[in-house]
Design a protein around this ligand. Structure first.
Ligand code: FUC
Length: 806
């Protein structure tokens, strides 16, 4: 008897804990979404949906990751391009910037293709009265969304998730009173489509993507076939209703469910996409078969089985990181109201944790092995002419999408990016050759599912974005970082190094010597404009700081990779010689880091891009730990740039301030992002919605808590005062170490380090520490007149080490 009471109390306690944990990681609301920016996203990497939660006319907007306009990129669309490079350089060296710009227009090519919506599902529920007790949520601990309301004393519930193991979206509709469910399921699309009912009573929507792209501002008529009779990508989604009781009937284009108590809707979808270099029409896969196979396999499972395998699959990623702050109360009000209060200046640490974990949720839901990288909107887009084509923008945005992946223990989810980089290294080799007659591979600022790499702009694009050419060295950083976090030498040797080397070959060709230095020409600093001392405004120059920093980063990584692998010594020596000759970083008259070739004023001193601080983040050339001259200049630059900007710009600034070890300013930027660049569904907004800010913020917060870019692990390097006491588990440091930390009054109190690769562990701490049962070597040092310690100790694979703070 006693035992069972104790058990009961323990169970209750546990339940309460689980409940509050769930609630703290749940976005919930007491009204349906007013618009798309309030709808809730689910996704399994490939299939995404935005759920509005309307009572009578539910709208579920669908996406399939591979549905894009167009077909394989033309790899030589501008055969005349190479002849303009030398004249561009000559013009630049003569300070004839206008002439250089005109010539650069001639070095452009087609714009990229656009990511497309898959269509809408409409569930028209027949209800006699008004709804009360309305509730809708997205629980990011199990990646499931629920809508609930009561009409005439009957509670109606809809649960929905997108399953990676089953590759379908599942919706369960239930009513608390038997046989009370009556609804019609319909579908629609903005493009040309047909809908029908199949022999298996599935509601099927089939459509075709356009073969051309256009702009929101200058829409072109829909074109489904090009001059060579290539059609655009085929796509479809199909819905099968399975009822526990009641009836399922249909018209010729909708499903009619009546008098049911429980109905499952299985949604399967596919496109004919068959790889970046194959026609999605003539060489497309059989999308019919693909969608049917997923559907038939899923139909063999019931809701409980599908949910269980979905949750297990999702949690294998999500549960790796647990973050909590002391004295955190989860207000019992909807997230939109919390956000409103936050915008008014209220504290809400639980919201800060929710947003942090939401970034991880979004990556798990939009970037899965075997799929494509998350685009500007992850996988969630309702527009047939989305902003910036919802493409891959590679002068900051695509990279920012992946900053969080390794450090928040989602290393596998970088695979889509790594595979896209492999494709870029192929198409980009053609671009390097066909546009510049150079070796290696080049990637400019925009790309798409077809791995297009040419400078876009079609002859009239502004070179400040169109002709930026350093995508290949920047993307190579992601290749090397995957190695640095995993210590996977086989991957480094077989996959990363050859592509990094090829990017370096492009850089070697791209650099020119001027006054004893190696410089880039043409050069831009995305997407800023300078005012030349002679009075003119321009964006094109030579040797922007960012160009030099990105190339420095790649060359440094090549040198390290060659040492680690014990290969290619001669090449590494050459690369070192070239690195030493790169045009150096400069300090300006305002104490700033110089962005341009000269210390010129900016047209917009608070421009959203802060490209020249690449060296501080995501690079590692500038750090207050290695040099205070440039890190102070970086700080000055940030002060001049201010704390505004688009969502992603604020997110980048969280990272910068953390790297400059100013946790309070980092935190300020986080608050700015939440206050001024966050939609009610917690999507980041540029505006409009752009997912990079979500991902970049999660990365930035992680940088506040853990850094390792200098090959030493810094615990709590930029902890803000507001987060004085807390705990985080599961972060990953370079060298393949998994970290758990506890802190109180702003100081580390305990930590556990698990060695995943058996590397030597090098730690930098402000406190003196010991490691339980391990002999460590500790050296005291002074940084910025503060005492610090560097500790080193050997580790064994799989072993966890306990740090004792003395
Ligand atoms: C870059 C930025 C814009 C926007 C676009 C997708 O061009 O300058 O602000 O984020 O990418």
């Amino acid at each position: 008897m006693k035992k069972s009471i104790v058990l009961f109390i323990i169970t209750c306690n546990f339940f309460i804990q689980v409940q509050s944990q769930n609630k703290s990681l749940t976005l919930w609301y007491n009204r349906p979404a007013k618009d798309w920016n309030e709808a809730l996203p689910i996704g399994n990497g490939r299939l995404g949906a935005m759920i509005f939660g309307n009572v009578k006319d539910e709208l579920i907007q669908l996406n399939e990751q591979t549905l894009w306009t167009g077909g394989p990129a033309d790899l030589n669309p501008n055969p005349e391009a190479p002849k303009y490079l030398q004249p561009v350089r000559d013009a630049l060296f003569k300070d004839s910037i206008n002439a250089a710009v005109k010539l650069l227009h001639k070095v452009q090519g087609p714009n990229t293709q656009m990511y497309q919506p898959l269509g809408d599902i409409l569930i028209h529920q027949i209800l006699s009265g008004e709804a009360t007790n309305y509730y809708r949520d997205l629980n990011i601990t199990n990646a499931t969304s629920t809508v609930k309301f009561t009409v005439d004393g009957v509670e109606y519930t809809r649960e929905i998730f997108s399953s990676a193991p089953a590759q379908v979206i599942v919706i369960r509709l239930t009513s608390s009173k038997a046989n009370a469910l009556n609804f019609v399921v319909d579908v629609r699309h903005e493009l040309q489509y047909q809908k029908s009912i199949t022999a298996d009573q599935e509601l099927l929507l089939k459509g075709k993507a356009r073969i051309t792209n256009d702009e929101r501002r200058t829409p072109k008529p829909f074109i489904y076939e090009d001059k060579d009779h290539n059609y655009g990508m085929r796509f479809q989604f199909r819905i099968k209703a399975v009822n526990k009781d009641g009836n399922i009937a249909h018209t010729d284009s909708s499903l009619i469910i009546s008098n049911s108590s429980e109905v499952l809707l299985y949604i399967s979808a596919a496109t004919s996409f068959n790889g970046y270099n194959k026609s999605p029409d003539k060489d497309g896969i059989d999308e019919n078969k693909k969608a049917i196979n997923f559907l038939n396999a899923a139909l063999k499972k019931n809701y409980v089985q599908l949910l269980a395998e979905h949750v297990k699959d999702y949690q294998q990623y999500f549960n790796r990181v647990d973050f909590s702050l002391a004295n955190t109360v989860v207000p019992n009000i909807p997230v939109d109201e919390r956000l409103k209060k936050y915008k008014e200046g209220n504290e809400d640490k639980a919201l800060e944790i929710l947003y942090y974990q939401f970034g991880r949720y979004l990556l798990i839901s939009s970037s899965r092995p075997g799929g494509l990288p998350a685009n500007l909107q992850g996988i969630w887009n309702k527009e047939i002419r989305p902003s910036w084509r919802s493409n891959y923008t590679t002068n900051i945005n695509t990279q920012m999408n992946y900053w969080l992946a390794e450090q928040t223990n989602l290393s596998e989810l970088t695979q889509p990016l790594i595979q896209q980089i492999q494709r870029w290294s192929v198409t980009g080799a053609a671009t390097a050759k066909n546009y510049y007659n150079m070796h290696g591979w080049a990637l400019h600022h925009n790309s798409d599912i077809w791995a297009q790499t040419n400078p876009v702009g079609e002859g009239s694009g502004d070179p400040k974005w169109a002709n930026w050419a350093l995508g290949s060295p920047w993307m190579s950083q992601h290749l090397f970082e995957h190695y640095r976090f995993t210590s996977d030498k086989k991957y480094l040797k077989d996959t990363a190094y050859p592509i990094m080397k090829s990017a370096a070959l492009f850089c070697l060709d791209w650099l020119v010597e001027k006054d004893g230095y190696l410089i880039t020409a043409p050069s831009t600093s995305p997407e800023n404009v300078y005012i030349h001392p002679k009075g003119y405004k321009a964006a094109v120059t030579v040797a922007s700081a960012m160009d030099m920093e990105i190339i420095w980063d790649l060359f440094t990584n090549i040198m390290e990779a060659s040492t680690v692998l014990g290969i290619d010594k001669e090449f590494a020596t050459l690369i070192k010689q070239k690195r030493d000759k790169l045009s150096p970083l400069k300090i300006g008259k305002k104490g700033n880091l110089v962005e341009w070739f000269g210390d010129w004023e900016d047209e917009d001193p608070q421009h959203r891009h802060v490209s020249h601080l690449f060296a501080a983040h995501p690079g590692r050339e500038i750090s207050p730990l290695t040099d205070t001259v440039f890190s102070n200049a970086a700080k000055k630059t940030l002060e001049i740039r201010g704390d505004g900007g688009t969502g992603w710009s604020k997110a980048w600034k969280i990272n910068f301030w953390a790297r400059l070890l100013d946790g309070n300013h980092s935190y300020k930027m986080y608050r700015e992002l939440l206050k001024n660049s966050t939609l009610n569904n917690l999507f980041d907004t540029h505006p409009p919605f752009q997912i990079d800010g979500n991902f970049g913020a999660t990365a930035g917060i992680t940088e506040m808590l853990l850094q390792s870019q200098l090959n030493e692990i810094q615990l709590l390097p930029a902890l803000p005062d507001a987060w004085g006491e807390g705990h985080i588990k599961g972060l990953v440091a370079r060298g393949a170490f998994e970290i758990e930390m506890f802190w109180k009054s702003g100081k580390l109190t305990k930590a556990f380090i698990t060695s995943k690769a058996g590397n030597i562990c090098k730690l930098r701490t402000s406190e003196n520490i010991a490691v339980r049962d391990v002999k460590i070597n500790s050296v005291a040092t002074v940084v910025n007149s503060q005492k610090q310690y560097i500790h080193t100790f050997n580790t064994t694979i799989g072993k966890t080490y306990e740090l004792i703070v003395q």
